[in-house]
Design a protein around this ligand. Structure first.
Ligand code: URP
Ligand code: ZN
Ligand code: ZN
Length: 460
């Protein structure tokens, strides 16, 4: 059975062209000028964009954190992703200290397999660097997990010393893997946070004030130097600060394999949200923290210049009630994370509407580049014959208002409550199956398959 998506504008990093797209089973079989192809069924895409499905390369479903766990399961989180035009997520398996990487991977397969509504892959969080786990990195690559996140933040939890990072980078260089870095100076931050608490400054805004942008810039520079010394590819996750962006831009100008992502919350929200009255600011606690507004212009520029190559969400939802509330009276105990997997495509389309990025750049940062960065191209990230039929039909003329009342994420608030946006997902196909349409959600848990990924396709 074939389906023809007819009359739309197919968007790629090169821009938009009028074309029809033929889908047969799970794959795209042809893309041609309007009127050339026929199909058993048609979907009318007139007046709409036809995009490769979004790839969110940074999510945390069912993630244990701060004595609780993130509120979206792999099922609820991937259903919400589909609603927002994201047809692939790459989540993080989290090594607990004293456990092995491969048992961690098994555990995360146990959580996700058979439950996801869209395709998914894993990165591995390495929090216990030792001979055994370094050796297991190679087996992870063979199991389709070729990217390893490390933390310069969260001492006592995920934190690795510079020496441990150096050793993991040496191994990454050896096996062709990419090290992903949470770059904040956690040792200095914990000291500032302890001082704030001791001085009676305990509210959510202190989370931002005790994690200054300079300490993200410093850690980013240090990670870059360690990557330079070892020759490891480096991908800076959730970059939020102008200082960190400057370090990435310089390394890239010098030809180093350094890449970075930012997230919608850093483009649209600010420390003013963290400073909302009462405990409201807890909704916006994530690390790195939301910054002063002037950083936003730098981040948009970074997206235009490709110093920021990817937009991911760092979707890590904790309900306000009972979860964020764990930190009433001590901002250090507020679980870190902001929900957003459903809204990335829309929020970045708003950047197109506002003239911050082009239509092509929207698709490039949200789909094509994450596919290449994490070894999924051309199966994902492109509308082309032979690629998976992960397709979003997007209506740029539709209007919507974001709200917890209407979103599909399993979380009791929206960080974007009341945001009025132009553009909305109309129809979503995941491997050829219509999973979202104006009639509603027609996908299912278990439709999503594990993606065994290749290595970073950008390395020089
Ligand atoms: O606040 C955040 N970002 N929570 C998720 C964990 C991480 O560091 O990515
Ligand atoms: Zn992080
Ligand atoms: Zn994260």
């Amino acid at each position: 059975m074939t389906t023809l998506i007819q009359g739309g504008q197919v968007v790629s990093p090169a821009g938009a062209v009028e074309a029809d797209v033929l889908v047969d089973g799970e794959r795209i079989t042809a893309v041609a000028a309007p009127g050339v192809l026929t199909g058993d069924e048609t979907i009318d895409a007139a007046g709409k964009y036809v995009l490769p499905g979004g790839i969110d390369a940074h999510t945390h479903m069912e993630m244990p954190f701060g004595g609780t766990q993130s509120a979206d399961s792999f099922e609820t989180g991937t259903v919400a992703a589909a609603w927002g035009g994201t047809t692939t997520i790459i989540d993080f398996a989290v090594q607990a200290k004293g456990t092995s990487l491969l048992s961690t991977l098994d555990k995360w397969h146990g959580k996700a397999d058979g439950h996801c509504a869209v395709d998914y892959g894993f990165h591995m969080i390495v929090s216990d660097v030792n001979d055994a786990s370094l050796k297991e990195m190679r087996a992870c690559v063979e199991a389709g997990v070729g990217s390893f996140k490390m933390f310069m933040a969260y001492p006592g939890v995920f934190y690795s010393t510079d020496g441990e990072i150096l050793r993991a980078m040496q191994q990454a260089r050896e096996i062709g893997a990419t090290v992903m870095m949470h770059a904040e100076n956690g040792i200095a931050i914990d000291e500032l946070a302890a001082q704030a608490y001791a001085a009676g400054r305990v509210g959510p805004v202190e989370h931002g004030r005790t994690r200054p942008p300079e300490l993200e810039g410093e850690a980013t520079s240090r990670a870059i130097r360690l990557a330079e010394v070892t020759g490891s590819p480096l991908y800076i996750v959730h970059l939020s600060a102008a200082q960190a962006l400057a370090a990435v831009a310089q390394a890239r100008d010098e030809g180093q394999n350094v890449f970075a992502e930012t997230c919608p919350q850093y483009l649209y929200l600010s420390i003013e949200d963290l400073a909302k009255p009462g405990f409201e600011g807890a909704k916006y606690v994530a690390s790195p923290p939301l910054r002063e507004k002037p950083h936003q212009a730098d981040l948009w520029r970074g997206l235009r210049t490709n110093d920021l190559s990817v937009v991911s969400t760092d979707h890590c939802p904790f309900c306000f009630k009972d979860q964020k509330e764990l930190g009433r009276g001590d901002f250090r105990a507020i679980p870190n994370g902001i929900p957003g997997v459903e809204h990335r495509m829309d929020l970045l389309h708003q950047g197109v509407v506002a003239g911050e990025i082009s239509l092509g750049r929207w698709v490039e940062t949200c789909s094509a580049t994450p596919a290449r960065m994490f070894g999924l191209y051309p199966r994902k990230g492109v509308i082309a014959a032979g690629s998976d039929a992960d397709i979003v039909i997007y209506d740029p003329a539709a209007k919507q208002t974001l709200s917890a009342e209407t979103h599909h994420m399993n979380v009791d608030y929206s960080a974007y409550e009341g945001f009025e946006l132009s553009g909305k997902v109309h129809t979503v196909l995941s491997r050829g199956r219509v999973v979202v349409s104006p009639e509603g959600f027609s996908g299912g848990a278990g439709h999503g398959k594990f993606l065994s990924r290749g290595l970073n396709q950008y390395l020089n």
